[in-house]
Every structure is written in structure tokens, then in C-alpha cells.
Design a protein around this ligand. Structure first.
Ligand SMILES: [Cu+2]
Length: 684
């Protein structure tokens, strides 16, 4: 698997990092480069003094001469400056300067977040709702989040992107300028309903034209309406989510509303953990491996896990066939005050695997899932002191309270285990890249701390008491969910077919999604091509029941834009295919048991178990075209994507609405600019 970003120019620009161990670095390339230099030098001294091999003194003289050549002097000067920088920055790995050639690119200061993002609800919960203006410049930089240098997409020089904090009712106005050189982009605001703002939802080919490369601009106006909770934003274009184009988005509930809200909890501090799997190569490189017929549909496995953009790749895991520019780094430590109660907001920002978090000596109390949606934990779980929670699948979120009930351990350091779900590692020689972070116990009154050395372990203790997110349900509804007005049944699968030249492709029913040039939102339905599966829910708001059957041996985390849905049924086909067909007459109950219409959990991203199904219900009252797709990037990009048209017209789609007009207008104004190279990409 070649690193498509490792051209000679990049190599020469890459700074040397003093004091770090170069384990796998351009072995073959650098050797050949060196021999070419030697030849050049010899040819420049024509006629040669002698064809005999140079003597030891001649070689020494040559070495000294080379050592003091101006180029080497400059490199040494840079090394000295960087060593000083290292000294001043406590030995953390320095971030190289940003990529990009345009002189218009603003000089961004490259920062790397600590392993914990501390939130500030106090700045938002007591004020009036307002417009929050943000200006983001998107660039690419060569950085090493886990010790491996690779191209990463940065927002204002940061990876992950800036954390947005807001309050319910705020309007986010985000001016995005795309300084990438060769790809258009778009952003999606995951979990937000985007009422009356379908054209701001992000998916290229459905809701908007991509923001052109080399300086294209788009102003997102993102309403938060009545929502509060843990969200995130990410690219909805190309493979940019795997290249780091994402960030946290937390909407705080105003204090006045908190009084009556059951989800109100007294905590001392709120923290955000963006946790996800991470590859050591660009998203396009990884997707090319998946799309190769020799992959047999097996997803390339990530090499590390990041928390808020920091992690550690074990350099010894690199293979000769896939050389990486790996530097041994120390994992950052998380500093927490164990006498405090924390609200922890976890987002799985990864592209393939589910994760669980465990802190052996802590107490974890479940709060909400996805965008602040309340849950009820069964008594048997509630009554135990849980110290672990999972599985959180890609794009899902979980909020919990973290505390340490045993006051006698308040001074002891501890550990945070990130366990990667092994589902996508079955039959693979590589182990899931689970990661353990040290937690340093801090206190507001340090004198009281009596520290005992922490007993380090590489995996969670077997006595872990976990909150299994499959066993929780929602709060009881005042009345059972109404019967659906419309039934939909879909089948999702990754297929390897001869007419696709044995390239694995994602299908929903018989449709493999490929984005159109112009967004569906701007077109009549008659102009939609055969790669669009977009049922119309009708001109009036209705209750929809959607059954997603999974024909695959592995699960798919599905996300529906624009809505939260109730999960009234979920089942894994342990003994083989166990589908549910709502159209079967006479009606047969689902194999996984009767539907839960009393206290179903509400989510915006749901895991569809292997060989099984989920049954979802939602009220289709939010006008727009809303995509539904697997959140495993490789499946989504290979076609596992569809949409629902909610309201509008059966011929004109959403034509005639202000959103449709504005989507079309952006595509038009953007096309007035000179054509960008490589703007169109067939995926996502
Ligand atoms: Cu999938």
C-alpha cells in the first residue's frame, strides 16, 4: 500500500525531529537519492583524477567538505532551532508548517489539542440566544497525530477542528474557505435537524455543490432550534472524514430550562472526548485498497486510536510493504481531579470500528445518547457501580457522569482504556488498536494528595462492570407510538459482483449510490439518475416505519439526517439470516420479538446487527431531502447511501422551495469561477 503523499518534494520539506526514534523512514527512496548525489559530484569533476577507489583520507576530506556545505549548515541551523523549540514545549512533537501554495492562504498557527477538551457551559447557559459567527480556513498539513507523519486536513491550523459550543436557539454562521488544492469539500452538522435549512446539511450531490478548491467559499447558516446535547461536524465529501476534517459541537441547555429537565445533573466540569480509529495513510489511499478486487470486501484496518487528535502508533507494527514515517512518541497523559464529578461527552469520530471506554476505579453513570436523547438504564445495571460503557459505534455519542466514589483513592493515578470492537478484525492478523491512556490524579488542594503508584495494565481488568448500550431503552412515552402511515423496507449489503469488475460496492436494495453533478435538492425528480434511491413520504407529515435489513455478516451503523428516530426493534441473526418483512401477509411479528412502542430508545445513528435488522419510526415532517447511510466511510463511499424526500412534490421534488433555490444558486455562482482541477470525484 503506497503512501500517495510521499513525493520527493514533501520529503525534502519535512523537518527532522531531533530526539525521536526514526524507525521506518523512506528506506529505499533515501538510499537511491544518496547514490545519485555521489554520481553527480563525480561527473562534475571531469576529467576524473583517477578511476581507482579514493583513499581513506580522500573519503574523510570529502565527508568534511560535504558536512560544511551551505545546505548542511542550513539544515543544522534548523535542527538547532527545533531542538530549542522542543525544549521550550516540554518535548512534544513539533507540528510542521501548513501545506498549500497559494499566497492568499492565511498564516495559521498550528496547534495540537491536549488529550482533554474542557467545555465551558457557564459561558452559554445564562445568556440569550444569538448568532455565533465563525470563520474557518481549511488547509492541509503534514502532521503526526500518533507519531506517523501524514497529510491531515486542518481548520484554522487545528486538528481536530475547533470545538463549537453554543446554547439552544443559537444560529451558527460559519464561513468556510476551502484552501485545499485538489478537492472540493462540504460540512455536515451531525445530529442537528436543520429545519428549513436542508441546503445547509452538507451531502454533496444531494443538498449542495462542493465548496470549490483553491479558495472557494460557502457560508453555512446552521440553526440549533430547540436541540441540546452532544453533536459533531464532519466533512460530507470525498474521504475527508478519514483525513481529519471533523470537530466537536456541543449545544448547552439554557439554565432556565434546566430546572425542569430530567437530564440536568450537577457536575463540576464538562469534558469532551473525540475518540476514533485512525489510519496512517490518506483516506483516498485506504479507499483505493478497499476498492481493489483483491480486498474481497475486507475493510483495511486502522493502526491506532486517537483521543482529541492524540494517540500512538506502535512503529514496530509497520510492515515493509507499507512503510510509514513513524516516530516513537509518548502518549499524552490525561489530568483529572478525582474529587470532582465530570460530565463526559464521548463522540466516536472514527470511520470503521466501535469503541468502549473503561476507567477501572471510577463510577460511570449513563446520561444520554446521541444529541442529548434521554435513556433509562435497567435497574440491574443502575444498581452496580459501572466502570465501563460501550459499544459506541461510528458517529454515535454517549454522555455520562464520571466520578470516583472511593475517596481514599482520590490521589491515585489511574488509566483510561479505549477498547476497539473486534468485529471488523475477524480473520485479520492485526489486533484491534486498543489504547490505554494514563490518568494523572490532580486536586484543587494538592497538599491533601497521598499518591500511590498506579498499577498499570494493558487491558481492562476482567472484573469490568460495563453498561451495555444494547440493553438500555428510552424514557416511557405518555402514549404508545402511533401506528405508521407509511412502511419502508430496505436491504443493505456490500456486494462483490462481476459486472462491477469484482470491486466491492455498497447497495441499498438494488441501488448503488453515486452523487449527481447537481444536488437533487435543486432538481426535478425526473432529472434524478438511476443511482438515486429516494422514496417520497408524501405531501403531508406522516409517521414512517423503516425496516433496515442487513444481509452482511458484519454490522452497519446507519445515520439518518434531519431526524431522531425511535428504535422499536433490533435483532441480530445469530443462526443465519433473520430479516423482517413488514409487508408479509398475514402479518408475522419480527423474529426478534414484538416492537417496543412504549419506551423505545431515540437516536440519530443506529447499529444494524449482522444478518439482522432494525425497525425505526419517525415523524416525517421536516421538509427536505435527507440522506440515510452507513457511517463506515468505506461502505458509504462505495454506495451504501440513499435518502428520503419529505414533503415537497412528487414531480418537482423540493423544487420551488427557498432551500432548492439557494442550493441551485450556489452551484451557479460557483460555476462562474474558473474550473477547478479534480473537482469531481465519484464518491461520497
Ligand atoms: Cu456499513
Amino acid at each position: 500500500m503506497p503512501d500517495d503523499t510521499s513525493d520527493q518534494g514533501e520529503r525534502l520539506l519535512r523537518p527532522e525531529v531531533p530526539g525521536v526514534d526514526h524507525v521506518h523512514q523512506w528506506k529505499e527512496g533515501e538510499e537511491s537519492q544518496g547514490s545519485v548525489d555521489d554520481n553527480d559530484e563525480e561527473q562534475a569533476q571531469w576529467p576524473p583524477a583517477s578511476r581507482r577507489p579514493p583513499s581513506r583520507w580522500q573519503r574523510l576530506y570529502g565527508s568534511i567538505r560535504r558536512l560544511f556545505s551551505p545546505v548542511v549548515t542550513i539544515i543544522m541551523a534548523i535542527a538547532v532551532v527545533m531542538a530549542l523549540f522542543l525544549l521550550l514545549t516540554n518535548g512534544t512533537l513539533p507540528m510542521p508548517t501548513l501545506g498549500g501554495s497559494s499566497s492568499d492562504i492565511p498564516k495559521a498557527h498550528v496547534t495540537q489539542k491536549g488529550p482533554i477538551i474542557v467545555l465551558h457551559p457557564e459561558d452559554h447557559i445564562h445568556r440569550e440566544a444569538q448568532k455565533i459567527h465563525l470563520s474557518w480556513n481549511i488547509t492541509k498539513g503534514r502532521i503526526a497525530p500518533d507519531g506517523v507523519f501524514r497529510d491531515v486536513i486542518l481548520i484554522n491550523g487545528e486538528f481536530p477542528g475547533p470545538t463549537i459550543e453554543a446554547r439552544t436557539g443559537d444560529m451558527l454562521v460559519v464561513t468556510v474557505t476551502n484552501y485545499l488544492e485538489d478537492e472540493g469539500l462540504s460540512l455536515h452538522w451531525h445530529g442537528l435537524h436543520m429545519r428549513s435549512a436542508n441546503h445547509m446539511d452538507g451531502p454533496v450531490g444531494v443538498n449542495q455543490c462542493a465548496i470549490p478548491a483553491n479558495g472557494g467559499k460557502f457560508v453555512y447558516e446552521v440553526p440549533t432550534n430547540d436541540q441540546a446535547g452532544t453533536f459533531w461536524y464532519h466533512s460530507h465529501s470525498e474521504m475527508q472524514r478519514a483525513d481529519g476534517l471533523y470537530g466537536g459541537l456541543v449545544i448547552h441547555k439554557p439554565a432556565a430550562e434546566d430546572v425542569t429537565n430530567k437530564d440536568t445533573v450537577a457536575v463540576d466540569q464538562e469534558i469532551l472526548l473525540l475518540i476514533g480509529d485512525w489510519y496512517q495513510f490518506s483516506g483516498k489511499t485506504i479507499f483505493a485498497v478497499f476498492e481493489d478486487p483483491t480486498s474481497n470486501g475486507n475493510e483495511p484496518v486502522p493502526g491506532s486510536v486517537l483521543i482529541n487528535g492524540r494517540g500512538k502508533f506502535e512503529c514496530s507494527k509497520a510492515t515493509k510493504a507499507d512503510p510509514v514515517d513513524c516516530h516513537a512518541v509518548d502518549l499524552p497523559k490525561l489530568t483529572l481531579d478525582k474529587s470532582l464529578r465530570y460530565r463526559v461527552r464521548v463522540v466516536n469520530v472514527g470511520v470503521l470500528t466501535g469503541i468502549s471506554t473503561t476507567i477501572p476505579d471510577a463510577h460511570i453513570e449513563m446520561l444520554t445518547v446521541d444529541g442529548g436523547l434521554s435513556v433509562v438504564v435497567p435497574d440491574d445495571i443502575k444498581n452496580q457501580v459501572s466502570n465501563s460503557i460501550g459499544v459506541v459505534y461510528p458517529a454515535q455519542r454517549v454522555d455520562y457522569i464520571l466520578s470516583w466514589p472511593d475517596a481514599s483513592t482520590v490521589g491515585d493515578d489511574t488509566q483510561l482504556f479505549i477498547t476497539v470492537d473486534g468485529e471488523y478484525y475477524v480473520g485479520n492478523w492485526q489486533n484491534p488498536p486498543s489504547q490505554t491512556f494514563d490518568i494523572v490524579a490532580a486536586s484543587s488542594s494538592p497538599k491533601t494528595l497521598v499518591k500511590k503508584p498506579v498499577k498499570r495494565a494493558s487491558s481492562p481488568p476482567p472484573s469490568t462492570k460495563a453498561i451495555d448500550l444494547r440493553n438500555i431503552h428510552g424514557t416511557a412515552l405518555a402514549t404508545p407510538l402511533p401506528e405508521p402511515d407509511k412502511l419502508y423496507m430496505i436491504f443493505a449489503v456490500v456486494e462483490i459482483l462481476s459486472h462491477n469488475r469484482f470491486i466491492p460496492k455498497g447497495y441499498i436494495n438494488h441501488t448503488m449510490w453515486i452523487p449527481q453533478d447537481l444536488p437533487l435538492l435543486s432538481l426535478d425528480r425526473s432529472a434524478w439518475d438511476s443511482h438515486q434511491l429516494v422514496p417520497w413520504t408524501g405531501p403531508e407529515p406522516v409517521w414512517v416505519e423503516l425496516t433496515i435489513n442487513n444481509i452482511d455478516t458484519q454490522g452497519h451503523p446507519f445515520h439518518l439526517h434531519g431526524f431522531d428516530f425511535y428504535v422499536v426493534g433490533s435483532h441480530e441473526g445469530l443462526g443465519g439470516w433473520d430479516y423482517y418483512n413488514p409487508f408479509f401477509v398475514p402479518w408475522k411479528p419480527p423474529r426478534g420479538g414484538l416492537m417496543n412502542t412504549i419506551n423505545p430508545i431515540k437516536r440519530d445513528t443506529v447499529y444494524v446487527p449482522p444478518y439482522g435488522y432494525v425497525i425505526l419510526r419517525f415523524r416525517a415532517d421536516n421538509e427536505g431531502i435527507w440522506v440515510l447511510h452507513c457511517h463506515i466511510l468505506w461502505h458509504q463511499a462505495s454506495g451504501m447511501n440513499m435518502a428520503f424526500q419529505v414533503l415537497g412534490h412528487n414531480e418537482h421534488g423540493l423544487g420551488g422551495t427557498p432551500q432548492s433555490f439557494r442550493a441551485a444558486e450556489y452551484c451557479r455562482t460557483r460555476n462562474d469561477k474558473p474550473k477547478q482541477k479534480h473537482e469531481k470525484h465519484p464518491h461520497v
